[in-house]
Design a protein around this ligand. Structure first.
Ligand code: PEP
Length: 247
């Protein structure tokens, strides 16, 4: 089996204006100073920054992801953004099913399945996020919940270009990180599911997300089947993002 290259992805959420985003990239590139990293970098800025950031990132080892998309191709869907539009302005990946979309905006399994499919049909790579709540973990349902989210979200998926992000809801933005053992056992579980489901399941990168920071990145990244990190808060500062990438 060929090793999966590790990915460090930053989710900026609804943070950073255009000039702040440009400054972030310029600072990151100057800190890198032409050095090639062994890990791939991805950034998910707001839609409004994608087009301007694309020329700064292209050819410099930084991929761009959108944070959301519509499942429809085009038409009367006020306020929505299609996959083709995202591709047009330089996104190569789209986050789907982030817990903030599930919890705050009520995105349900069926809608997420349609979005995952739309991303793949539009030629971009979905980063499909799954994760249990604290209540579900405490009642021993964590594995079941995550597998059911995967089962449902990927039910109509046939492209082999996919990234999965395991993000326990209780660890997102709370400063509370899953222990390396918790991350490892869930990632092994997810891998088994992907291998059983898809002939290419062994090649899907599985990222961990939830209060990842420079202090805990190395330990998390050392776990088997942890193929990278999805970083929220600590991705807003180029120095801490780079420290994570170099951990
Ligand atoms: C996220 O929003 O995907 C995330 C992991 O956030 P944080 O790192 O801030 O917990």
């Amino acid at each position: 089996m060929t090793a999966i290259p590790q990915i460090i992805a930053g989710n900026w959420k609804m943070n950073l204006t255009l000039s702040q985003g440009q400054e972030f990239i310029d600072t990151l590139l100057s800190m890198l100073n032409g050095k090639e990293l062994s890990r791939e970098l991805l950034l998910a800025p707001n839609f409004t920054l994608l087009q301007a950031l694309a020329p700064r990132c292209t050819g410099r080892g930084i991929g761009l992801a959108a944070q959301n998309c519509a499942f429809q191709e085009s038409g009367a869907f006020t306020g929505e953004t299609s996959v083709a539009m995202l591709k047009d302005v330089g996104a190569a990946y789209v986050l789907v099913g982030h817990s903030e979309r599930r919890q705050i905006f009520g995105e349900r399994d069926e809608l997420l399945r349609q979005k995952v499919r739309a991303v793949a049909d539009g030629g971009l790579v979905p980063i499909f996020c799954v994760g249990e709540t604290l209540e579900q973990r405490q009642s021993g349902e964590a594995f079941e919940v995550v597998i059911s989210q995967l089962h449902s979200g990927l039910a109509e998926f046939s492209s082999s270009q996919l990234i999965v992000a395991y993000e326990p809801v209780w660890a997102i933005g709370t400063g509370q990180t899953a222990t390396p053992e918790d991350a490892r056992s869930m990632h092994l579980h997810i891998r088994k599911f992907l291998e059983a489901q898809f002939t290419w399941g062994e090649r899907v990168p599985i990222l961990y997300g939830g209060s990842a920071k420079p202090e805990n990145a190395a330990e998390l990244l050392a776990q088997p089947e942890v193929n990278g990190l999805l970083v929220g808060g600590a991705s807003l500062d180029p120095e801490s993002f780079l420290k994570i990438a170099l951990a």
